[in-house]
Design a protein around this ligand. Structure first.
Ligand SMILES: Cc1cc2nc3c(=O)[nH]c(=O)nc-3n(C[C@H](O)[C@H](O)[C@H](O)COP(=O)(O)OP(=O)(O)OC[C@H]3O[C@@H](n4cnc5c(N)ncnc54)[C@H](O)[C@@H]3O)c2cc1C
Length: 474
């Protein structure tokens, strides 16, 4: 048997799953080769996902706030947007971060190979180096972290620069006069928010009855109300059945009970209908790796596939397709390879929608509890009662805790409001540490902050929130 400290492992894919795995493996003393087509690690998250979208959303928020400032007696002139400089700034952020990861790889002596990997057998990879010859390398263990790509519906794929996916939308080649976002999920809403702030008339079409399907409706409502103001239209229960290029744009045909105009021309269309795992890895059939019906590689709690030498992590292995899930799975896989007793079984994986307001949740949601017929107690604290929310002029938010009605254990937390994405971390800790509502209520939170809304939501569950008056029952 090989000593774990002498193991040579390959990590295929340099996204947040892959580089987190490679770096931990190096920290634990394993020999590591990390393979990815880009110049530096980063994957979708850094090059064409989390980071560029958040950089642009920051600017969108600033533009929006500058317009809103007149309500507070401050008048700014209309912003002049230099798209080339904005693009340059966003690309600068990506370059700095990915360059930093390249440096961290070198410092840790991770062998970074720019190229693509294919399987020769369960231990051997054929690596096609970018600008170089193919090379076969044999490893003791291989971690697959090849991530995912935008899903495309065949009837909506049109070879035109006017039809974008999230990657081309982030390229920001221009700000179109009109933009149709197909899909009311988080990526579509985030990118729609960016383009609306930059000046596009944005419409969103979603085939289901609400935006952000799957999220609790009371969290989505304040966002829906706000985006109704910044978007040109939101078409729910509506399907796009055809798109066709014309000289002045893309003609879109809609179908659905609420459709008023069955055809409309948009300068650009963003197709944002989900993501597909990159499991079509060349030569995978030469291994025993199992792939499920939706294309996800099947793994156990140690992230090991049905081929004992091969592990898989991140978007490649299933929902939620989120960077932080990928990183934690990557670290679990490495620890398992290093012989530690580990399992990937989190009590809560936070989800954040970085719109304005933000929506964030973790652990058990009300929607999920309803589906599973679970008995829960929900306590909500409206931000209209929060001093900090008032000072920010953002009182539309709400914080809720989902509790076990018998033990008061915190099972989930949901937040909608400015900065919800930062606030949710406390909820994740509460769920992971098996906190009860009293723990949150007794934890002294700084004043005036939005974090107090978590403490107050817990107090609401006892009917004793300082800032909410509940008349006594007669
Ligand atoms: C617009 C957008 C916004 C997003 N925002 C967020 C967010 O705010 N928060 C969040 O948590 N998540 C966000 N995500 C999702 C997040 O980007 C993914 O969940 C995350 O990147 C998954 O990480 P991963 O390591 O599994 O794979 P990826 O990041 O997809 O990386 C996989 C890498 O593997 C490489 N690869 C593929 N095949 C091979 C091969 N054969 N050989 C070598 N390399 C290969 C790919 O080129 C890629 O570099 C966003 C995604 C998008 C598109």
């Amino acid at each position: 048997m090989t000593e774990t400290s002498n193991l040579h492992i390959a990590v295929v894919g340099g996204g947040p799953g892959g580089y987190a795995a490679a770096f931990l493996a190096a920290d634990l003393g394993l020999q590591v080769t990390l393979i990815d087509p880009e110049l530096n690690p980063g994957g979708v998250c850094l090059y064409r996902g989390c980071i560029p979208s958040k950089a642009l959303l920051h600017v969108a928020k600033l533009i929006d706030e500058s317009r809103h400032a007149k309500n507070w007696g401050v008048d700014f002139a209309d912003p002049k947007i230099d798209v080339a400089r904005l693009r340059g700034w966003k690309e600068g952020v990506v370059k700095k971060l990915t360059g930093g990861l390249g440096l961290l790889s070198k410092q840790r002596k991770v062998e970074y190979v720019q190229g693509r990997a294919a399987f020769e057998n369960s231990n051997t990879l054929r690596i096609s180096k970018t600008g170089g010859a193919d090379q076969n390398l044999t490893f003791d263990r291989i971690i697959l972290a090849t991530g995912s790509r935008p899903a495309m519906i065949p009837s909506l794929s049109l070879d035109s620069p006017r039809v974008m996916d999230s990657t081309s939308a982030l390229d920001l080649s221009e700000v179109p006069g009109t933009l149709l976002v197909i899909g009311g999920g988080y990526i579509g809403l985030e990118l729609g928010t960016v383009y609306a702030a930059l000046g596009s008339k944005v419409s969103v079409v979603e085939m289901l009855p609400g935006l952000l399907p799957g999220a609790d409706r009371d969290l989505v409502l304040p966002l829906h109300r706000r985006v109704e103001k910044i978007f040109d239209s939101i078409l729910l229960n509506t399907t796009v059945v055809a798109i066709k290029e014309e000289s002045n744009g893309i003609r879109v045909t809609f179908d659905g009970s609420e459709v008023k105009e069955s055809e409309k021309v948009f300068a650009r269309v963003l197709v944002s209908v989900g993501r597909k795992p990159n499991s079509e890895i060349a030569g995978l059939e030469k291994t025993q790796v199992g792939v499920g019906p939706r294309g996800f590689v099947e793994v156990n709690k140690q992230m090991q596939t049905s081929d004992p030498t091969i592990y898989a992590i991140g978007d490649l292995v299933g929902e939620p397709m989120l960077a932080h899930k990928a990183s934690h799975e990557g670290r679990t896989a490495v620890e398992a390879i290093a012989g530690h007793k580990v399992a990937f079984e989190p009590a809560a994986i936070p989800a954040v929608v970085f719109t304005d307001p933000e929506i964030a949740w973790c652990g058990l949601t009300e929607t999920q509890a309803q589906k599973e017929n679970r008995d829960i107690k929900v306590a909500k604290f409206p931000w209209a009662a929060s001093g900090r929310a008032m000072t920010l002029d953002r009182t539309e938010g709400m914080t809720k805790v989902v509790l076990d009605p018998h033990t008061e254990r915190v099972l989930g937390v949901g937040i909608v409001g400015a900065g919800a994405g930062e606030l949710i971390a406390e909820g994740v800790l509460a769920v992971e540490m098996a906190a009860v509502a009293k723990d949150l209520a007794l934890t002294i939170h700084p004043h005036p902050t939005l974090s107090e809304t978590i403490m107050e939501a817990a107090e609401v569950s006892f009917g004793t929130s300082t800032d909410i008056y509940r008349p006594k029952k007669a």
